[in-house]
Design a protein. Structure first.
Ligand code: GAP
Length: 458
């Protein structure tokens, strides 16, 4: 069973150092969160799993890491300047502001029915670039990572000789001035996306769309989010984003309800076409604004016929933060033990665990034990599995409880038997809580074997 409430997750995240509210010592800022010592490891592991699946394990995807500050014209021709907005209403009584499509006809704060007519509120953040802020030299903080993939299309094609079907993958920050950020890290103003723009020959787009929906569900399953906790929502025609011909949302049952975890959109030739010069020569499917500013034609030329074709784009776009929330929610368990006591455990898949192992000296002031434990930690760290923690608190019972709660799959305890007896250590398994003694010298091989059993790799 996943966590029973968002409060349980928020509390664990703060107490154990996963996620903190940003600027909390000054009262905090709505819709902004900071990832702490364990949160940064979990988030990095989730992103690494996506990159492995999208870039390393495929032969048809290249990577990209583009700038966050985005040319104004990019977001003009993408359609975001004109259309990337949510409907805003004001309460005339208490002055609260709401997203019109998130509320009924009364103010959730004071109950008044005295609301203004909805008006579009553009979600993009702007910032001045350079020393003089005269209102003209600004850039946008990108609202999606996708646009830089489109504007770099020519460079990637020219430098890699790719032809459709192929994709460009990117992970990075995106910013949206959400009217009402809410539900912890679910809807925030600064977040990360993992986006793939997969370029295909027109006519094959619908098959590739189905392919990517299925591939993404399978990937979420490997992150510990089972298929039966996901639902597909085919977005209604009148709700589609301006660039989309069809979108299937992968919905997950978050603690606050069933909501979008990832969207898989068929963006057609809209974006490459919009950013291209000489659009008249391109047989575009979608109506786009004439582009008088671009210096590139974002299309593929047939070497024989010399005809140009603008590929269609299938885009699986997942939120990293929503992914972290889903993964934490699925992993969270409160178990009743045989002796009637309870333990909280994060049963994270091995490759996502923030700490791969904790090395625990039974006595923190015994030189021989401490030295052996520190040397083992240093050796295990070199295996490249991820973070290994030298546990310095010295209370073994508490250490096991803490590591269960943060999802550390293995604890290794060094005691008197290790340094004065048969040279073995205790290896404790998070899920079964079984403890076995193995020779100290065999610990690195045991850890390597344990992490290679996880098909994802650590
Ligand atoms: N490039 C397509 C795109 O940006 P989107 O559905 O607006 O599509 C994709 O966003 C994903 O980004 C969502 O499925 C969600 O996981 C994440 N996301 C969007 N807005 C978010 C927000 N305010 N806070 C956290 N994650 C968000």
């Amino acid at each position: 069973m996943p966590a029973q409430s968002m409060e349980a997750l928020v509390s664990l995240c703060k107490r154990r150092g996963f996620i903190f509210q940003s600027g909390e010592i000054y009262g905090g800022m709505q819709g902004l969160y900071d990832y702490g010592p364990l949160g940064v490891e979990l988030k990095n592991n989730l992103k690494a799993a996506w990159w492995r699946a999208m870039v390393y394990e495929r032969d048809d995807v290249e990577g990209l890491d583009a700038s966050i500050l985005t040319h104004r014209k990019t977001l003009k021709y993408s359609g975001h300047e004109a259309t990337f907005s949510d409907p805003l209403v004001d309460c005339r009584q208490c002055k609260a502001r709401w997203r019109a499509d998130h509320i009924e006809d009364q103010c959730p704060a004071c109950g008044a029915k005295d609301l203004t007519e909805p008006r579009p509120f553009n979600l993009m953040f702007k910032t001045a670039v350079g020393p003089v802020d005269d209102g003209t030299n600004f850039a946008y903080m990108r609202p999606e990572t996708a646009q830089a993939i489109f504007t770099n299309f020519r460079h990637v094609v020219d430098s890699t000789a790719r032809r459709p079907p192929f994709g460009i993958a990117q992970i990075g920050k995106a910013f949206r001035n959400e009217i009402t950020p809410r539900n912890f890290i679910f809807r925030v103003r600064e977040f990360e996306q993992m986006e793939l723009e997969f370029f295909v020959t027109p006519g094959t787009d619908e098959d590739w769309h189905r392919y990517w929906v299925e591939a993404r569900i399978a990937w979420w399953e490997a992150q510990g989010v089972p298929r039966d906790r996901l639902e597909l929502l085919v977005v209604e025609a009148d709700e589609l984003a301006h660039y989309s011909k069809a979108t299937t949302d992968i919905m997950y049952r978050f603690p606050h309800g069933l909501e979008e975890l990832e969207g898989v959109a068929n963006r057609t030739d809209f974006d490459l076409g919009s950013h291209s010069k000489d659009q008249e020569g391109l047989a575009l499917s979608a109506a786009v604004e004439p582009n008088t500013d671009s210096n590139a034609r974002l299309a593929i030329q047939d070497p024989d016929s010399k005809a140009w074709q603008v590929p269609y784009v299938i885009e699986p776009s997942a939120g990293v933060d929503r992914g972290v929330l889903a993964v934490l929610n699925e992993a969270y368990r409160v178990e009743t033990l045989d002796n009637g006591s309870e333990r909280t455990v994060l049963a994270l898949p091995r490759h996502l665990a923030p700490l791969k192992a904790a090395v625990i000296p039974l006595k923190k002031n015994h030189d021989g034990i401490v030295e052996t434990a520190r040397a083992l930690k240093a050796r295990l760290q070199k295996l490249g599995l991820g973070r290994i923690l030298y546990e310095h608190t010295g209370n073994i019972g508490k250490a096991y409880r803490r590591h269960d709660e943060v999802g550390t799959p293995l604890c290794i305890t060094i005691d008197f038997e290790t340094i004065e007896g048969d040279g073995t250590v205790t290896l404790r398994d998070r899920d079964s809580m079984t403890q076995q003694r193995i020779p100290l010298a065999e610990v690195p091989a045991a850890l390597k074997a344990y992490y290679s059993e996880d098909g994802e790799g650590a």
